[in-house]
Design a protein around this ligand. Sequence first.
Ligand SMILES: Cc1cc2nc3c(=O)[nH]c(=O)nc-3n(C[C@H](O)[C@H](O)[C@H](O)COP(=O)(O)OP(=O)(O)OC[C@H]3O[C@@H](n4cnc5c(N)ncnc54)[C@H](O)[C@@H]3O)c2cc1C
Length: 400
Amino acid sequence: MSTSDRPTAAARQRELVGLVADLGPTFAERAAGYDREARFPVENYADLRKAGLLGLCIPADHGGLGADFATYGLVSEELGRYCGSTALTFNMHTATMLLCGQIADDLAMSAAERARHERRRAAMFAGVIEKGHIHAQPFSEGNAPGATAGVNTLAVPVDGGWRLRGRKIFASLSGAADRHNVICVTPDDPTIRFMSVRAGAEGLRTEGEWDPLGMRGTVSLTLVMDDVFVPAEAELLPPGVFDQVASRWPHFYLTLSFTYLGIMRAVMDFTDDYLAGRVGPGARRDNPQKQAGWAQLQVAYERTHALARQVLAEAGPDPTHEQVRRAWAAAVSTMETAPELASLAVRVCGGRSLLRPQPLERLYRDARCGATMLPWSVEACLDRLGRAGLSAAEDGEPYA
Ligand SMILES: Cc1cc2nc3c(=O)[nH]c(=O)nc-3n(C[C@H](O)[C@H](O)[C@H](O)COP(=O)(O)OP(=O)(O)OC[C@H]3O[C@@H](n4cnc5c(N)ncnc54)[C@H](O)[C@@H]3O)c2cc1C
């Protein structure tokens, strides 16, 4: 293939977003059922697997589609446009691929660690490509807002590996994932470790009930690890590399927000169709109040979208403080504007837009969940932004 025949990066991005766009209408049809039944989107995952999208961010030489972080953001946004729960869980899966793939390549390791990491990630990637493994990323414990603070899950060294004890709240894909990739610490060492727990392992169970406001298809139960054995080779990053992410690749913590940008797009799509009379009780396109509301919605959407796109283009290793502050601002802007936009759309469209099977009430509920998501929850980002450049306590603090 000559250079001129090779697809440009932008064309490749469009191609990968197009894979999701092709699945989109089917996913949008299924979304109401997953929401009503609070059921994991098994059928959507079968389709994602068939389209090769479970390997989206797995490098091409490992059999994946080779997408980078920026392409992931665009694909995730497109997925969120059709089904929020599928996009949010796909985020957990793909975030591990990015962490062990593109991001790990940018972080420091010794030569021996790099060689071991190559072997381990090759096995993990092969599990996804050849066996269709789905990965989850239950980090949250409900103790502290940071990714590098308040981790109580303990990995005790034993022959051949580790025994894990702890619990993770909101473990999305709790009954569906083949691997639950958790962060933990070892005795007397604050270094965060990243280990993969096999579904069905002895001592692993879920707890509680799942009947939340929104994102109901994520099935994010509490995951309890009661002396679960994890073989040594299931430690997915060398010790110390996860901690580097928070200071050297902090945009990693932005991955969640693309789901919510997609939900915003779905709100815009719906409102446009509703006001124009393509769905719902009839056209309202000539009503000046509706037009004023539609104008407001477009300003809010475009403002948020533009900031998110700028920040996506800046994602990479060793960002400047200014870029990280902008990333926090983008997280706040997306996670706050998504529910505001959905709320305004309800007012602008009117009462009948809230009736099922219209999707707006689900979008409204799903959109409300984003602000709570740690470690870059709205509160945590505002807290960091509030101290940025003002407080000495900020110096040397990790970004997540
Ligand atoms: C639908 C859904 C799916 C989710 N899926 C996952 C998942 O797959 N993996 C995962 O890891 N998590 C997931 N989460 C969890 C999410 O990331 C948060 O951890 C969770 O929402 C926190 O809930 P909380 O009630 O403990 O929050 P909070 O009580 O608000 O916060 C947790 C702790 O941090 C403290 N805190 C909060 N903000 C600050 C601040 N600015 N400064 C100091 N302390 C602060 C609080 O006091 C508390 O101790 C999911 C959440 C939702 C809603």
